[in-house]
Design a protein around this ligand. Structure first.
Ligand code: PFF
Length: 450
């Protein structure tokens, strides 16, 4: 019998846990800053509603109807046609993402430890502490093997949770960690809002300048919505197979998207007042820099530096872990369902091989490394191929399948639980899946080449 989430709260906590990850914490504020501030926020919200929720509902409906892993779902629903290749794309994307994301998750753990011990804020001789965080990060990633140790610890934590299974492992840990994550974020909001000059940051984040909305801003907002909602990775198809029959898919999708959006907005409220209040707005907010360099600079300017820093990196580690377990589950479910492997064996195989590839990803960032593909370190190569190509391709096929190919009435019967729920908004959702999402995704996909 297929494992199921045992409660409504549990299935929402697990799905929100997957969606809320490093994408909300570092990617979102960086995108806001690079794409015109509040104008980006506005477009992003529209993208979540018009595109994100319909694609999420396609994945939920297919996953629950198929009741199998990401590949098996298509084999069950359309046994005679090669649509299962869509699942294969999601599976490959999720595995590649897992391998480099685990490395970043390891960094968050090491920064937690260094914040708790105070190591991160110890002045280096002959160096101004404020300017030293960038070189600290660079030395850490490029010049040492210690990131590997923390990546392995992260992998071991994932293994411990995942071996426990769906309800006792994933659901239980999500129920515990998600409320903790929201609590920590709320504490940070209060701290950030109490900083002098916080209103400058808030107005930057919430007052849109409509002239800043360009095609590039729209495309970037679409891409961010996909990544943040965990679309096109096979995760939501896999999780939906664990949803009980009575779960209301529309309510679940609205709740998950709203909470994911809330975390992104909370991060904006935390970061922009803090950064503007300490005059760090000139610094790049891109990716690694924001979380591992700019924020330690912010904490260094505050009293109780180590406390805030520890709490923040704990928050980040929590967000990372609930995402990595969801993405690992895609491959684990595949091995269990397709090859009838025991759960324990499947977990060991997925996370054991991930340890090997994550090692290569981490080493590809060290100075003088020869692990370079197409001019990029292996780490960046996997990120680019998975995020920019495989995710949109997989989502595109999912929408085309759900909107045009899937057995007649499948979407409606899943959305309404075989007619037992009212059909409100179903027309709008199906319209978006059929006519809006496919061309929009196609645009994201080809935009870099235009
Ligand atoms: N929605 C997740 C995030 O924003 O971080 C996307 C994700 C990435 C999920 C990597 C899982 C993962 F391992």
């Amino acid at each position: 019998m297929k494992a199921k989430f045992s409660s409504k709260i549990g299935l929402i906590a697990a799905t929100v846990g997957s969606a809320v990850g490093l994408g909300n914490v570092w990617r979102f504020p960086a995108e806001v800053q690079e794409n015109g501030g509040a104008a980006f926020l506005l477009v992003y919200v529209l993208c979540v509603i018009v595109l994100g929720i319909p694609v999420m509902l396609s994945e939920f409906s297919l996953g629950r109807a198929g009741g199998s892993d990401a590949v098996g779902t298509f084999k069950i629903l359309s046994p005679k046609r090669p649509w299962w290749l869509t699942g294969v794309i999601g599976l490959v994307a999720s595995y590649l993402i897992l391998c480099f994301y685990m490395v970043v998750a390891g960094w968050t753990l090491e920064y937690t430890v260094q914040s708790v011990t105070g190591e991160l804020y110890k002045p280096v001789e002959g160096m101004d502490l404020q300017g030293s965080f960038a070189s600290h990060m660079q030395d850490y990633i490029e010049g040492s093997y210690s990131p590997l140790i923390f990546t392995y610890i992260m992998i071991a934590l994932n293994l411990a949770i995942l071996v426990g299974g769906v309800s006792k492992g994933i659901e239980r840990i999500s129920n515990l960690l998600m409320p903790l994550l929201f609590l920590l974020l709320l504490i940070f909001c209060c701290v950030s809002l109490s900083l002098p000059g916080a209103s400058k940051g808030l107005s930057y984040f919430f007052n849109p300048d409509f002239s800043k909305i360009t095609p590039k801003v729209i495309i970037n907002a679409l891409g961010q919505a996909f990544f943040s909602l965990s679309l096109g990775m096979g995760i939501l198809i896999t999780y939906a197979a664990y949803y009980p029959k009575g779960a209301d898919l529309r309510k679940t999708a609205f709740t998950v998207s709203a909470l994911d959006l809330l975390v992104a907005v909370l991060m904006g409220i935390i970061i922009f007042p803090a950064v503007l209040s300490f005059g760090l707005e000139g610094e790049s907010l891109r990716g690694i820099t924001l979380v591992f360099v700019t924020l330690p600079e912010v904490f260094n300017n505050m009293s109780l530096t180590c406390l805030w820093s520890s709490l923040f990196f704990i928050t980040l580690s929590v967000a990372a872990i609930t995402s990595t377990i969801s993405i690992s589950e895609v491959s684990i479910a595949f091995l269990q369902d397709r090859f009838k492997m025991s759960r324990k064996k499947a977990c060991m195989l997925v996370l054991g091989s991930c340890a090997v590839f994550s090692t290569l990803c981490s080493l590809s960032l060290t100075r003088g490394s020869s692990l370079v593909i197409c001019g990029m370190p292996l780490f960046d190569f996997l990120d680019t191929v998975a995020t920019n190509i495989l995710l949109p391709v997989c989502s595109l096929f999912i929408c085309i399948y759900a909107g045009w190919i899937a057995p007649r009435g499948l979407m409606i019967s899943q959305l309404t639980n075989d007619g037992t729920l009212k059909g409100s908004l179903c027309g709008f959702i199906l319209f978006c899946i059929k006519y809006v999402a496919p061309p929009a995704i196609l645009i994201i996909l080809i935009s870099p080449y235009l």
